[in-house]
Design a protein. Structure first.
Lengths: 116, 112
């Protein structure tokens, strides 16, 4: 079952505007990651924020994490048509066993459309 | 440096058949995870392989099985296919217990 939920489900903006997507989750996490998916193909890793971090930047991306509210947000500044894609947040939980392993739990995603 | 590769790209099967999907991890990675993504949904974790053993498993029936080879590549097998198995199957690789997973382009399975 999917633990997290992204909000909104769909977002349409003009090129050059900023896009903000939110993610909520239910249980404790080790970190939270954001991925992009174009046209139902593979996922591209965008950014990882650890549970002890509050904000992280990467190029035009800014991610925040509020563990007390179990929520995260992804901000894409100065959007481009090429940013049109689905964006997913994935919670990571470290499972003890053997060498240990991380399992990603995804939400349903936000479908972003950037209009040229 | 080759990323994660998957084969085939597309596959059409009929109910009751069996299917095998293949994945080669990113160079230097030793852990492979498989995910199922139904249309309009996020990926759901099927299982993870490390050192040729299944290390974790999601909420999927025993019809879903896998294997990891000594060169770290992996296979996902699905028996007795159901219509509901139609989905995009994604493979992701990582190194040891590293938390960032890198995804392949996926295999689109259609069950008729």
């Amino acid at each position: 079952s999917q633990q997290g939920e992204e909000d909104p489900q769909a977002l349409s903006i003009q090129e050059g505007e900023n896009a903000t997507m939110n993610c909520s989750y239910k249980t404790s996490i080790n970190n939270l990651q954001w991925y992009r998916q174009n046209s139902g193909r593979g996922l591209v890793h965008l950014i990882l924020i650890r549970s002890n971090e509050r904000e992280k930047h990467s190029g035009r991306l800014r991610v925040t994490l509020d563990t007390s509210k179990k929520s995260s947000s992804l901000l894409i500044t100065a959007s481009r048509a090429a940013d049109t894609a689905s964006y997913f947040c994935a919670q990571t939980r470290y499972e003890i066993g053997g060498a240990g392993s991380y399992q990603l739990t995804f939400g349903k995603g936000t479908k972003l459309s950037v209009i040229p | 440096d080759a990323g994660v590769t998957q084969s085939p790209t597309h596959l059409i099967k009929t109910r009751g058949q069996q299917v095998t999907l293949r994945c080669s991890p990113k160079s230097g990675h030793d852990t492979v995870s498989w995910y199922q993504q139904a249309l309009g949904q996020g990926p759901q974790f099927i299982f993870q392989y490390y050192e040729e053993e299944e290390r974790q498993r999601g909420n999927f029936p025993d019809r879903f099985s896998g294997h990891q080879f000594p060169n770290y590549s992996s296979e996902l097998n699905v028996n007795a296919l159901l219509l509901g198995d139609s989905a995009l199957y994604l493979c992701a690789s990582s190194f040891l217990a590293a938390d960032t997973q890198y995804f392949g382009p996926g295999t689109r399975l259609t069950v008729l």
